[in-house]
Design a protein around this ligand. Structure first.
Ligand code: PRP
Length: 179
């Protein structure tokens, strides 16, 4: 496992590249939803908080903000990949256009669980906006509607992503060097 002492994440995606890509995603989303009324930006805590903040401020369409938190079962009580809801959205999403905002899709179980669960609440639509996709690690079929970058199977930190709660506020996406 990477050590937290004196580590210096190698830059994988620079602050400028992230900013440019978020600009593009915001423009695409704004164009796609134009004229459809308000969308609900649903950030998945904790990792999505920075993407949500940046994306939401670049959109040119009416939007409201919600958060949800999930966690995987790590105590062996459930099959691997099982996800549980830790904090629900405050308001109803029935009849609303929901855009789930995620920092990363790895195995895909989290996003798969969320889409299934939210669909049962009868929103007008559900789409997904994800900054990073570890394509080769994904175990379930998923459509990501708005994707920032595809990455390899590396431990990444920064721009919301952590290693043991460290490095979430790095302005770039870095790779923690294995030691
Ligand atoms: C990360 C990330 C996604 C999930 C993706 O969350 O923010 O929600 O893992 O993994 P998956 O595709 O394998 O399901 P994490 O559990 O690290 O929590 P955090 O966002 O609070 O750091």
């Amino acid at each position: 496992m990477p050590s937290l002492e004196n580590h210096a994440p190698k830059i994988l995606i620079s602050e400028d590249d992230i900013s440019r890509r978020v600009d593009e995603l915001a423009a695409e989303i704004s164009a796609d939803y134009a004229g459809k009324g308000e969308i609900v930006l649903l950030g998945v805590l904790k990792g999505a908080f920075i993407l949500l903040a940046d994306l939401s401020r670049r959109l040119t369409i009416p939007r409201s903000i919600e958060f949800i938190a999930v966690s995987s079962y790590e105590d062996g009580s459930m099959p691997s990949g099982a996800v549980r809801l830790v904090m629900d959205v405050r308001g109803s999403i029935e009849g609303k256009h929901v855009l789930i905002v995620e920092d990363i899709v790895d195995t895909g179980h989290t996003l798969h669980y969320l889409i299934d669960m939210l669909k049962s609440r009868e929103p007008a639509s559900i789409r997904t906006c994800v900054l990073l996709h570890k394509e080769h690690s994904t175990e379930v079929e998923l459509d990501i509607d708005y994707l920032g970058f595809t990455i390899g199977d590396e431990w990444v930190v920064g721009y919301g992503l952590d290693y043991a709660e460290q490095d979430r506020t790095l302005p770039y996406i870095g790779v923690v060097k294995p030691q």
